[in-house]
Design a protein around this ligand. Structure first.
Ligand SMILES: [Zn+2]
Length: 67
């Protein structure tokens, strides 16, 4: 199954999340494009390293956006 990194933005959460599980990474306030690019690189790395099976269990994470 292919998983995708999805950009989510609402009052509670701004950042990347996974299309297959509850994995997510909150984006900090970014001052510049360089900072944004660096963050996106980090997010991609983290995304690549996460295991969906481990995150799918976290049903208690109520702040999860609908993505
Ligand atoms: Zn995942």
């Amino acid at each position: 199954m292919t998983r995708n990194m999805i950009w989510a933005e609402d009052e509670k959460f701004t950042g990347w999340c996974c299309s297959q599980c509850l994995w997510g990474i909150v984006a900090p306030r970014m001052e510049s494009t360089v900072a944004a690019l660096a963050f996106n690189r980090e997010a991609q790395k983290s995304f690549d390293g996460h295991a969906c099976a481990r995150h799918i269990q976290r049903e208690t994470m109520t702040s999860r956006p609908s993505c």
